[in-house]
Design a protein around this ligand. Structure first.
Ligand SMILES: Cc1cc2nc3c(=O)[nH]c(=O)nc-3n(C[C@H](O)[C@H](O)[C@H](O)COP(=O)(O)O)c2cc1C
Length: 185
């Protein structure tokens, strides 16, 4: 995690630090922002789950998550692409609430190149279950299948809501296409 020499007073420095920490989280398994809560909706009911931030493209303001193509979140995202991702870092005291436009890719070079790397790792088993996530089982662990159900979730960040918890006073800011501004926490 990038150390903070002092409390940042400049909104552009806060925004730059937000993105450098997100980029770091995708590379460093121990970064508290490595795990995000991804919230979606089916149009009537909210849903949320933990996911791993796998990639961050800072210039494109885009995050990448991997998932099982059969998981319920995929259908939710296809029908309702606007979602929210939330991360919190205790050492930084920073919460991010990212308004995201989500997309699903199940075929194509971007999917196959990532799967080619992932299938050599233990994480591949997460995408090889013969049953879709959430299927009822008559025992604790499902059998392993051989066919992959790998999908790439892209999250284009439309807005960042940043909250800093601090003994000298909490602070909050928003970064979106209207610029950067301080908000009442
Ligand atoms: C620490 C942790 C990391 C996880 N990472 C992912 C992930 O990167 N992608 C994913 O699809 N599910 C991940 N899961 C499982 C999801 O939280 C969720 O249980 C699963 O994807 C089914 O979600 P859905 O029914 O909303 O589709 C993770 C769970 C935990 C506890």
């Amino acid at each position: 995690m990038s150390p903070l020499p002092r409390r940042l007073d400049d909104l552009s420095l806060v925004e730059a630090s937000v993105w450098s920490n997100l980029a770091e989280a995708a590379q460093d398994r121990t970064h508290p922002w490595r795990l995000a809560v991804l919230a979606t909706t089916d149009g009537a009911v909210a849903d949320a789950r933990t996911v791993v931030i796998r990639e961050v493209d800072v210039p494109a303001r885009r995050l990448v998550v991997y998932t099982d193509a059969r998981s319920p979140k995929v259908a939710q995202i296809e029908a309702h692409p606007l979602g929210t991702m939330v991360v919190y870092s205790d050492p930084l005291g920073w919460q991010l609430r990212l308004s995201v436009k989500l997309g699903i890719e199940t075929t194509g070079l971007a999917v196959w190149s990532r799967w080619a790397k992932l299938k050599m790792t233990p994480a591949a088993h997460d995408f090889l279950s013969p049953l879709p996530p959430g299927s009822p089982l008559d025992r604790p662990t499902p059998e392993r299948g051989s066919r992959e159900h790998f999908a790439v979730v892209t999250a284009e960040v439309l807005a960042v809501d940043w909250v800093e918890l601090h003994a000298e006073g909490h602070r909050r800011a928003r970064f979106d296409d209207e610029g950067a501004r301080w908000l009442a926490p």
